[in-house]
Structure formats: C-alpha cells, structure tokens
Design a protein around this ligand. Structure first.
Ligand SMILES: *Cc1c(COP(=O)(O)O)cnc(C)c1O
Length: 379
C-alpha cells in the first residue's frame, strides 16, 4: 500500500495548507522586528489567550511540561509535599511533581471518561497534600465540582493539566467553566500535535489571581523581579516571539478546528452504530455538560494489539495512549506502587486505541477506518 493511501493519526501538513499565508506573514513580521524572545507578540498572545479562555491572566512559557513545573513552584509546593494526580496520563503530569522534589500520589481513573476519580482523589488527601493535578484527558474536562469544595476547605491548590483540553468547557448548574479556570492554575501545552499547536515547543499557565501571575512571570525568567535581581531561584522558560506570532494566527481558527473535531467524533459514532460493533469496542463517552474537544478519539477494543496490527497493515495509523500507567514506570518504583494497584488504569492501558483524529480528516477516511475495524471483527 502506497504512502499516499495511509490515513495518519494526525496531519499537520494538511492543517498548514489552510493557514500558510497568514503564518508566513506573521513569521516575517517577527523576523523584521528582530525581537525574538518575549516582547509584544508574546504579551499580545497572552492577552488574547486569556480572553479566549476567560482566564484572569495567562503567562506563556517554553512547554507544557514547564507550565506544570512553574505552576507547582508558584503554588509554593515544596520538597516532601504530596501532590495527588492520575496514573493514566502523559509522563509530564507526574514528572513535574518529582522534579521539584514533591511526592506524586496516584489514584485510579473512571472507566468511561478515562479521567481521574474525584472520590478516589478525595480519599487520598492527607495533611501533607499540597496540590491536586487533575488531567482533562483526551480533551474532556474532569467533574471538578465533585471535589472543588473539599480542596478549598483544606487549602489544597488546584492546578489543572489542560495540555489536551484547550477550549474544553463544562456546564455545571447553569454556569459554564472553561478548562484552566476552575483552579488557581491551569497548565497548557502548545506542542505541535496539541489542538492549539505551535511550530515548536510552547506552553502557558493560566492564573486566577494577579499575584500568581506575577510569580509565574518571575519564575520563568530565573526568578528575577527586575533585571539581575533575584528574589528566588526560578527557571529559564520563555516563549519565543515566532511561536507566539504563529499561535496568534492559529488561535483565530481554534473554534472552527474544534468544531470539525467534534463533527468527526459524531461521524465515528454513527459509523460504529451502523457497523454494529457494540460488543467489540466502546466509543469514548462525553460526560453530561461537557464540551469534549477530542484531542484524541480513544476507543476501548477487544484484542487491541491485534486490531492495531490489522489497521497498520491496512494503512490506518492508530496509537496507544498510554501503554504503561505512571505508577508502574521504572523511575517511580521507589514510590512503592505495585501491579494491580490501579486496576482501571491498568486495564485501560491494555484496551485503549486512539483512532485518526484531526480537523481535516475526511468522511471517506473515517468510513475506511470503521470498515477496517468491522473487517477485523468479522462483520
Ligand atoms: C503534552 C502533555 C504535557 C506536556 O506538554 P509538553 O508541551 O510536551 O511539554 C503534559 N501533560 C499532558 C496530559 C500532555 O498531554
């Protein structure tokens, strides 16, 4: 099968073709300005992103991983503090905790939404718990209303990992809450394949208060309050102006692209229903009140590994997010978690499969994906 016939997991080239002229203008503007790190493009992007997210403030940085580290530093998380999070996520969700010497405390996830269980998180709170990092996994928000009050009562900082959920929101009792604005801090990644992607590494922290924003602003430039004056030790994590200019262009299109992803998700649902695959696969579920942004369209499948191999042979790229839960990663072995500790996460690692999902995915391609899946199960 020729490369032209492969249906990829994502296709940044098709997306670039839609914005090529705007991007070239924006990059050229930065090159002429010769202002390459921080500066007006960066602060304009931060202002526009905060407006879109309905966040009090937004402070950009060099990556989503750094956004998490900066958020925990700004929240005052110290070595030895406990931070509760999910074992079913990208590595950076937990590594940021370890990086600052704090202790990741894992709790299991829900089988339908794949998101961290709020009840399990509440049970894991101890006097040493300093922060909670829920991940809005694959583009769908957690049901934070089920824990937000407890966190507030106990002075635990809520730092949302929104790396996969730019533009997601959740309606609770008539109020609409956007990802990254529920907690004190929200951490975003603009890695190229994320829904709002830059053309290199980039990230951002949304902040509920000016004081937190000022602290993140300081921490991203070595903790300097003014040039060469350091009140605390920070890191070097600045956004460059070319990425900011590119992100400003792409932010103008994010609503269209999100709606296209949602349309593709609806179409997968219809195609699966027609194919009668209900006993072989489970589609991703959208929790009541949520606007899922479908960063990934993740099904659970019987004989997942064989299905993935079959799809690859037929020219359909499908990926496993994530093959090994974080509590079983070798680097966290000293935390003492064992296999069997989080059965839902561990089962998901054996069953999940992300199907091709990107705004430009065509109906014909989706029909082919579902036909190949039906064929595998002998339908
Ligand atoms: C991508 C991602 C990150 C890290 O973002 P980078 O920009 O790659 O550093 C953190 N958490 C989750 C859930 C992610 O998907």
């Amino acid at each position: 099968m020729g490369a032209a016939n492969v249906i990829p997991s994502f296709d940044l080239k098709r997306n670039y073709a839609r914005v090529e002229e705007e991007i070239k203008d924006a990059v050229s503007r930065v090159l002429s300005s010769a202002q390459f790190i921080l500066g007006p493009e960066v602060s304009e992007f931060e202002r526009e992103a905060a407006l879109y997210l309905e966040a009090n403030r937004a402070v950009s940085c060099a990556s989503g991983t750094d956004a998490l580290v900066l958020a925990l530093m700004a929240a005052g998380v110290k070595p030895g503090d406990e931070v509760i999070t999910t074992p079913f996520s990208f590595f950076a969700t937990a590594s940021c905790i370890a990086r600052i010497g704090a202790k990741p405390v894992f709790v299991d996830v829900e089988p339908d939404s794949y998101n961290i269980s709020m009840e399990a998180a509440r049970s894991a709170i101890t006097p040493r718990t300093k922060a909670f990092i829920p991940v809005h996994l694959f583009g769908q928000m957690c049901e934070l209303e089920r824990i937000a009050g407890d966190l507030k009562d106990r002075g635990i900082v809520l730092a949302e990992d929104c790396a996969q959920a730019f533009g997601a929101h959740r309606r609770v009792g008539g109020r609409m809450v956007r990802a990254g604005t529920w907690g004190e801090l929200g951490c975003f990644s603009f890695f190229p394949t994320k829904n709002l992607g830059a053309y290199g590494d980039a990230g951002m922290v949304s902040c509920s208060s000016d004081s937190l924003a000022e602290r993140v602003l300081r921490l991203r430039v070595h903790g300097a309050a003014s040039t060469y004056m350091h009140d605390e030790v920070g890191i070097n994590s600045r956004l460059d102006a070319i990425q900011a200019a590119i992100l400003r262009v792409r932010l103008r299109h994010i609503e269209t692209w999100t709606e296209e992803r949602r349309e593709a998700a609806r179409r997968y649902g219809l195609l699966f229903a027609e194919a009668g695959l209900g006993d072989a696969i489970a589609e991703p579920s959208e929790t009541d009140g949520n606007r899922h942004t479908y960063h990934q369209y993740v099904i659970r499948a019987k004989n997942r590994d064989e299905l993935q191999k079959h799809l690859a042979e037929k020219g359909v790229a499908a990926r496993v997010y994530y093959p090994l839960p974080l509590h079983l990663q070798p680097c966290f072995s000293s935390l003492g978690y064992k296999k069997g500790g989080f059965p839902v996460s561990e089962r998901l690692c054996d069953e999940v499969l992300a199907l091709p999902m990107f705004p430009e995915l065509s109906a014909e391609e989706q029909e082919r994906v579902v036909r190949c899946i039906a064929e595998f199960y002998g339908r």
